[in-house]
Design a protein around this ligand. Structure first.
Ligand code: HEM
Length: 363
């Protein structure tokens, strides 16, 4: 228990619980039961370092920030006070700012133009579903590698893919030497999508991912998680990508804003909880119920994770009233990792979190 109390991650989580509750004694009660749950169920995030951070350590400030988040000594959520300001020369250039040399010199500048274009798009929520776990990682391969979009697991992604490619074409000319990569567009899009939903965390956002070399053959089939898989298969698939069962249970909470079309076409368009478009924990409680509420389609793998001995306690933890911040913190930590899988130059990335839209509270 002492180890847990001293953990900066837990302290971070506890302080958010305190802020979430008006009465201190209520908060204290919650802290105690949260600490007990943490201890009892071995609730832990992955701390595995990735790519160049594992090989050479952190050699830049960006690398240090990423390392700290991956190792759970810093939060993955960034608050609304972090706001990007365009360099003066760009601001003064007015309409022409995007096309100025000063903008090209600043890695976040072009993103400060792209993000508003993304935010007004009605299809933004789809980005949260990147193929990272199964494919080559956050390298744009879902759109760039031959055959990726044709995989049955990626059905329905075609329109989103075309939109992403149109942004690359529209904004790429205004970027610095690295251009605007598809890998970054997908991941920044996911972060924008998440924070645009009421209750969605504002997840720290880096740019600078290179795109996959599209001459490299795509990865083998059957690497993407299937809705028909059992829990141990899913846990093993995510473990192979450095995620713990805690991370997996937190990540599938993304289905709080999803709708299914192809798992069962008879229920096309059905959401996975009753609060469609709201990034809340209703999904966990409703998936844990004996039958889904009217109008909700339960993806089989979600039902399995809610009930399997290996994941049930974690699932029920997020199904509890008052779990919102606990879950979004966990989701942000796990998603941050997901957004960097397969990226080899983590020390070379740039933190552009300030370009994200402001987060919105739950309704
Ligand atoms: C256990 C692993 C997972 C399985 C088996 C799974 C399965 C599915 C299935 C079957 C659908 C419905 C697709 C359709 O029929 O249209 C879906 C949708 C979706 N999933 Fe997952 N998923 C998993 C993990 C995740 C993760 C980790 C995320 C994000 C962090 C995610 C985000 C989404 C989103 C955003 C949609 C909606 C897609 C859209 O609107 O086109 N899923 N998932």
């Amino acid at each position: 228990m002492l180890r847990l109390v001293l953990s900066p991650l837990l302290l971070g989580a506890l302080s958010s619980i305190v802020y979430a509750y008006p009465g201190f004694h209520v908060a204290l009660h919650d802290i105690h039961s949260y600490a007990r749950r943490q201890d009892g169920i071995g609730n832990s995030h992955s701390t595995v370092l990735l790519a160049d951070l594992a090989a050479n350590g952190a050699t830049t400030p960006a690398g240090e920030t990423i390392r700290n988040i991956l190792q759970n000594t810093a939060p993955a959520v960034v608050d609304n006070s972090v706001v990007y300001a365009r360099p003066d020369a760009v601001a003064k250039a007015g309409e022409g700012g995007l096309n100025s040399e000063a903008c090209r010199q600043d890695a976040c500048c072009v993103w400060s133009y792209i993000v508003p274009a993304m935010s007004t798009s009605t299809i933004v929520p789809a980005f949260a579903r990147d193929g990272s776990v199964g494919s080559g990682g956050a390298d744009g391969s879902i759109l760039l590698s031959a055959g990726e979009l044709q995989r049955s697991e990626n059905r329905g992604m075609g329109d989103y893919g075309n939109l992403v490619l149109s942004w690359r074409d529209e904004f790429g000319a205004y970027a610095g030497p690295g251009g605007v990569t598809v890998a970054d567009l997908i991941q920044v899009g996911a972060m924008v999508a998440t924070v645009t939903c009421p209750g969605g965390p504002r997840i720290r956002t880096f740019v600078g991912r290179p795109d996959v070399d599209d001459r490299v053959p795509p990865p083998a089939d059957h690497l993407l998680p299937q809705p028909t898989a059992n829990a141990s298969t899913l846990v093993a698939m995510f473990a192979a990508k450095t995620f713990t069962a805690t991370d997996l249970v937190a990540l599938v909470g993304a289905h709080t804003v999803s709708r299914q079309y192809f798992a069962d076409p008879a229920y096309a368009g059905f959401p996975q909880d009753t609060t469609d478009g709201v990034f809340d924990t209703a999904f966990y409680a409703e998936t844990d119920a004996d039958v889904p509420p009217a109008g909700v389609y339960r993806i089989a793998s979600d039902g399995v994770l809610a009930r399997d001995a290996a994941t049930q306690t974690l699932w029920q933890d997020y199904a509890q009233p008052g779990a919102q911040t606990r879950w979004t913190d966990a989701y942000a930590t796990a998603y941050f990792r997901l957004s960097l899988l397969g990226v080899q130059n983590l020390n070379g990335l740039t933190d552009c979190s300030g370009v994200l839209p402001q987060s919105k509270p739950l309704p």
